[in-house]
Design a protein around this ligand. Structure first.
Ligand code: ATP
Length: 256
């Protein structure tokens, strides 16, 4: 049986209703994501990519329609309530980690989120730190040697890698990557992208990733969608996606 992780049913958002500024920014979107899928999300500026992520994460409520995550109707759940089942990594390295806390403390915080106070108070044992060092080492960027460093003193790449680790630590049903490599230099961005892909596959995570990098959109994931004017205009997966090349994708892109 197919395990649906995400279902958007006629998902619609109208902003400033009843005013001259009224605008439909998400237009009756129907979209289903199966367990283990990794979808890259493309679209011009203002196409509705962030709006899509905002309604999934609960930072923006639907005007009409329905959202199910892992079989649960979350349409009316708050952003905080949804953090139990999904995680989001943002573009800005400053978002997502507590700057004065160390790398190890941030990882502990991520792991303990949602647990009881008794468990939360269990400290950073040497075993725990050793486990964190092992996990951080998979990032391949020196993060493992900086477990006791305040997050604010990390490089942008290390900080984004930490945000990604924190987001995936509790194996959420769904992970939203919101241009998480966009603020990094090309080499660091490519390195984090490769690690991201490896981790998603190793942990069988289900992920959506917004990117403006067409090469990345084609290289990574099993499916690519292109958004335009609040709708999903193109949805290509499997072998059709593998055959897709940048000039072809650009043609689709330019239609909108
Ligand atoms: N809360 C809001 N109120 C009014 N308009 C909004 C709101 N949120 C988004 N919009 C508008 O909705 C449209 C889609 O915006 P969105 O941020 O989703 O696009 P995007 O595809 O993520 O663009 P970018 O690539 O620039 O990040 C834009 O015209 C934007 O101005």
């Amino acid at each position: 049986m197919v395990n649906k992780i995400l279902e958007l049913i006629e998902a619609t958002v109208i902003v400033n209703p009843g005013t001259s500024e009224e605008k439909q920014i998400l237009d009756h979107v129907n979209f289903t994501l199966e367990a283990g899928e990794f979808v890259t999300v493309l679209g011009s500026n203002g196409a509705g990519k962030s709006t899509l992520f905002n309604v999934i994460a609960g930072s923006l409520m639907l005007t009409s329609g329905q959202i199910l995550i892992d079989g649960q109707d979350v349409t009316h759940l708050s952003e905080t309530q949804r953090t139990a089942i999904l995680a989001r990594v943002f573009q800005d390295p400053k978002v997502g980690t507590a700057p004065r806390m160390t790398v190890a403390e941030n990882l502990l915080l991520a792991e303990r989120r949602g647990q009881t106070r008794r468990l939360k108070n269990r400290g950073l044992t040497p075993e725990k730190k050793a486990a964190f060092a092992k996990v951080a080492d998979q990032m391949g960027n020196g993060l493992a040697t900086r477990l006791d460093v305040a997050t604010g003193d990390l490089s942008g790449g290390q900080r984004q890698a930490l945000s990604f680790l924190m987001a995936t630590r509790r194996r959420p049903a769904l992970i939203l990557l919101d241009e998480h490599t966009a603020a990094l230099d090309p080499k660091t961005s490519a390195q984090l992208m490769a690690v991201t892909d490896k981790q998603i596959q190793a942990d069988h995570l289900t992920a959506l990733m917004i990117t403006h990098n067409l090469e990345d959109a084609l290289t990574y994931g099993n499916r690519v969608i292109v958004m335009s004017a609040g709708q999903i205009d193109l949805d290509i997966s499997g072998s059709d996606k593998s055959k897709l090349i940048v000039p072809e994708l650009l043609q689709h892109f330019n239609r909108y």
